[in-house]
Write a protein of this length. Structure first.
Length: 369
């Protein structure tokens, strides 16, 4: 024989019971018939009927018993689009605590990485130096793990009473997710120890003497692992970005070789003498100008990762004086006269020019009388 199932009778509530009355009845019966609390052989079957009745009333919108179906309008007009279905929070009766809340962190935040910058000289970057890093930082709260709030998984959200959703106002009767519990039906509150900020109230200071290794390049980063913001289970880093000041004598080419451009007076370059150039370590190196305007000196450049120094590319550039003394001018004229008398033997371009001038003069001279 078929026995009809009435969820209202199962929960002991009238047919016009409100959502709150149904929920209170369910809690009372669940606490009474839960198999872990009730040793009766029929407790499990009774609890199953209680759950079935509660789910039925929740899923059907708690319709009053005996309510008549509304007749459709004639003729039916365009129907409004139904609101998207929002599921109830998946929280079974064994996940709920009928006594007191049990608060725990509602997730865990990652500690921050602190950013610092070191502006150093090229010489310090090449051979290594030390740099002071200091400041203050507020660590993550150990009570809420930096998220600023706590959750009680076994307590119902006060806003939606554990449903994870709220009934939308107005016609349509749709549902919307509960913003207070993010749809999972659990109670949440702000952390009292950090006032919901996720960080401790009193910041701490830090002060580190950082070793910058030799051969570091502009834009590289020195990482101090585990010295940044601290959390309950891990700590962030400190990233020290290296910025190298421009140098008045040295630069780098496209191959990242150290370069030095040396201005040399034009007479020293013509005479094929020597000139001294500086090195990064403060020493001086002499180069022979007769070997060309660009010379590569091995082992005098920027240090590599293995500690060996790379090449130094030296480019000489001739500079003409802006003026001369009377004695210097006299010597220059004597040199010019000597070059002309020699027919510019060591200057093919000038010699060719002189020959063209002489040929042109012979064609234009008037015939002899």
């Amino acid at each position: 024989m078929h026995v009809s199932f009435d969820p209202h009778d199962e929960l002991g509530v009238p047919g016009h019971a409100s959502q709150r009355e149904i929920r209170d009845a369910y809690r009372r019966l669940a606490a009474q018939w839960h198999p872990d609390r009730n040793t009766s052989p029929s407790a499990a079957e009774r609890m199953a009927r209680i759950n079935r009745a509660y789910r039925h009333l929740c899923d059907t919108g708690h319709a009053p018993r005996g309510a008549a179906e509304p007749e459709p309008e004639s003729p039916p007009g365009p129907q409004p689009q139904a609101a998207p279905e929002v599921p109830r929070a998946n929280r079974s009766w064994w996940n709920r605590d009928w006594s007191r809340a049990r608060w725990e962190p509602d997730g865990s935040a990652l500690p921050k990485t602190l950013k610092h910058e070191a502006l150093i000289r090229l010489e310090d970057a090449a051979f290594g130096c030390r740099h002071r890093v200091k400041g203050t930082i507020a660590d993550l709260c150990t009570t809420c793990h930096g998220v600023g709030r706590l959750v009680s998984r076994r307590s119902d959200c006060r806003m939606c009473r554990g449903e994870g959703r709220l009934k939308m106002a107005g016609a349509g009767g749709g549902w919307q997710p509960c913003a207070a519990c993010h749809g999972d039906g659990s109670e949440r509150k702000a952390c009292d120890d950090c006032d919901g900020g996720g960080q401790v109230r009193a910041p701490r200071g830090y002060n580190f003497d950082v070793h910058i290794p030799a051969g570091v390049r502009d834009g590289q980063t020195v990482v101090l692992r585990g010295q940044g913001q601290r959390g309950p289970n891990q700590a962030g880093n400190i990233d020290l970005a290296i910025r190298v000041k421009p140098h008045p004598l040295f630069s780098f080419d496209a191959q990242r070789r150290l370069c030095c451009e040396v201005p040399v007076d034009i007479f020293s370059m013509l005479g094929g003498g020597s000139v001294e150039i500086p090195n990064l370590d403060g020493s001086m190196t002499s180069i022979d100008l007769s070997r060309g305007a660009t010379q590569v000196i091995e082992g005098q450049g920027y240090p590599k990762r293995d500690g060996r120094r790379g090449p130094l590319v030296v480019t000489t550039r001739g500079v003409t004086p802006e003026g001369f003394s009377s004695a210097q001018t006299k010597l220059l004229r004597q040199l010019a006269d000597d070059l002309r008398r020699s027919g510019h033997a060591h200057s093919p371009e000038l010699a060719a020019w002189q020959r063209q001038v002489e040929a042109c003069r012979r064609h234009t001279d008037p015939p002899a009388a």
